[in-house]
Design a protein around this ligand. Structure first.
Ligand code: AMP
Length: 567
């Protein structure tokens, strides 16, 4: 399929970022100047300087009343010149609460960004275009707003939109399977298709790393049944979604004893190290976002793939599509995203300095910024809540490292521990675990103030690299206490001060949870909170009592740091 453009577009966009951003803002202001929202500040003008002077920087809560009015049936032009045709729900797992954003049905931008990112990958990953990709995608049932407009997570709205769907000829799973809204049937059938096509698969992935790890766990539970389906040429009876069943049956074809034996042999081995490369031997890369909170899944994915390159393709949110990774083979710790100036109008608040607001092309190398989005569907100067660091420029366009969510911090006394600090502590734990037989497959934490003094609790899900005969996890007390100490050592100097000198913070605790606990946590968010599987991000820090209960029920053992960290 011809895309109608090649990689020279990336050069053009990034070389002319300033002009393109200017044009995007002009276009948005011309379309939206007469909306109720903007005319309060601009009185119908579409002057850019006036926009910057008069239109306030807002948070979601400030625009929510306008969004709710449209959802309840008032006309779109309260906020947007273009008709609002759907509402997308943010995952709510990184920011704590779900938000609803208006959308028009122009998906050209997102289609373009996805195609551009594929071109970049094809350039860097030899043979990528010649094979099939097995990227696990999921959709949820559409609900509707009171006025009858569709409401669903962005991935669902996109995948169901006729304007967006293009036949993904190189995907192992056909649309009928991806559009099945029963997550278990959908995952099972995607795995079955992927296994049947195993010799052609060049890339294995999911939108976020957590989901891919969950797929591997699911495979761990279902490989015998999948093999039996392949052996008999008959799909399990519990696959009841008719179009899913029809299309997977067609792909399954005749009984294939040889393939079933081969998969059984690989999955039946004691260690699942390299299972992805063993089952899909031509896989060249793992496509899944491993930045931000997803960094915790890097050891597990490296283990399952025998260290294939981990490719984080894009940085996007329900508010806007921001950028793509133009060096897809760079190591996760050096990874940055190049903003695409044609997606939305972007401004940046300097979060470490005086709160100055600058344009895309005026951010400073090394600086930390929170992006503001002005988009085509009714957001104007809206805070995203992420903190990004400028790592360089591609032509004239900045590249950003994802640093953290702005508001996700842990604090027991008055120490501000950021998401980035927690991830650093996690890396220290991973280094200690590397020498052992254990790998980390899940991580989150909370501040336990029921003890005096309060202390940090880290829930870790661990898996043995090689299964022992009993299937029990052997936990070495010395090793896990060492992990606790290493984590404390890597936390901020303020934490260490309050912990060691003043005793305002108690010893850091690791609670090891049963295998599958983080799958249950995801289920809790998806089932009871309506989050989307595709967009789910394990919360790095938890403060919901119900979510903590899910974890507490599965605690196998507890370990405490046995010494104060050095100051
Ligand atoms: P949602 O709006 O629910 O899709 O969530 C969007 C949020 O997910 C962003 O604001 C980020 O916090 C996070 N996110 C998205 N893409 C990435 C990425 N590539 N790396 C790290 N975090 C990401």
């Amino acid at each position: 399929m011809s895309l109608g453009f090649d990689l020279s577009v990336l050069e053009e966009l990034t070389s002319n970022a300033k002009q393109i951003q200017d044009d995007v803002l002009t276009k948005i202001l011309k379309a939206n100047a007469n909306t109720e929202y903007l005319s309060r500040f601009l009185e119908g003008s579409s002057d850019k300087e006036l926009f910057k002077k008069n239109v306030p920087v807002v948070s979601y809560a400030d625009v929510k009343p306008y969004i709710d009015r449209i959802a309840n049936g008032e006309p779109s032009d309260i906020l947007s010149g273009e008709p609002i045709t759907a509402f997308i729900l943010s995952s709510g797992t990184s920011s704590g609460n779900q938000k609803m954003f208006p959308r028009n049905n122009n998906f050209e931008n997102i289609k373009f960004a996805a195609a551009l990112s594929s071109l970049v990958i094809s350039k860097h990953v030899h043979g990528y275009k010649q094979g099939k990709v097995m990227i696990f995608s999921f959709t949820q049932p559409l609900s509707t707003t009171p006025c009858g407009l569709p409401l669903a997570p962005a991935t669902t709205i996109l995948l169901k939109s006729k304007n967006y769907r293009s036949p993904a000829k190189n995907s192992t799973s056909p649309d009928e399977i991806i559009l099945c809204t029963d997550a278990k049937q959908c995952m099972y059938c995607q795995l079955l298709c992927g296994l049947v096509h195993r010799d052609e698969v060049v890339s294995v992935g999911a939108p976020f790393a957590s989901l891919l790890v969950q797929v591997i766990h699911f495979l761990g539970n279902y490989w015998k049944e999948l093999c039996s389906n392949i052996r008999s040429g008959h799909v399990s009876e519990w696959i009841t979604d008719l179009s899913c069943r029809d299309s997977v049956s067609m792909i399954l074809g005749e009984p294939n004893l040889e393939l079933a034996d081969l998969i059984e042999n690989e999955c039946g081995q004691e260690s699942w190290q390299g299972i992805i490369s063993r089952l899909w031997p031509k896989t060249k890369c793992i496509e899944a976002i491993v930045t931000g909170t997803m960094a915790q899944y890097i050891p597990a994915l490296e283990f399952y793939s025998n260290k294939l390159p981990l490719v984080s393709r894009t940085y996007a949110s329900s508010e806007a599509f921001f950028g793509i990774n133009v060096n897809p083979l760079s190591k996760p710790q050096h990874l940055s995203y190049t903003f695409l100036p044609n997606m939305s109008y972007f401004e940046f608040i300097d979060v470490d300095g005086d709160g100055e607001i600058v344009d895309l092309v005026n951010v400073k190398l090394g600086g930390y910024y929170e992006p503001l989005v002005t988009n085509y569907s009714g957001l104007h100067r809206c805070r995203v809540g992420d903190v990004l660091q400028v790592t360089g420029f591609y032509n004239n366009t900045p590249q950003f490292r994802f640093a953290r969510r702005k508001n996700t911090v842990l604090s027991i006394y008055v120490e501000p521990t950021t998401e980035e600090d927690l991830l650093k502590a996690l890396t220290s734990a991973t280094v200690v675990l590397e020498s052992s037989d254990l790998i980390l497959t899940g991580f989150t934490c909370f501040g336990d103030v029921s003890t005096v003094p309060g202390h940090y609790v880290f829930y870790l899900e661990l898996k043995a690299k090689v299964n022992n005969s009993t299937g029990d996890l052997l936990l070495d007390n010395k090793l896990l206490v060492e992990c606790c100490c290493a984590m404390e050592e890597s936390l901020t100097s303020i934490y260490r001060h309050f912990r060691a000198k003043d005793g305002f913070i108690g010893a850091l605790e690791i609670r090891v949870v049963e295998q599958g606990t983080f799958d249950s946590l995801m289920e809790y968010y998806v089932v009871s909170r309506g989050s989307s599987i595709s967009q789910y991000k394990t919360p790095i820090c938890i403060n919901s009592a119900e979510a903590l209960e899910v974890l507490e029920e599965k605690v196998l053992a507890r370990f405490l740091s046995d010494k104060s960290p050095p100051l």
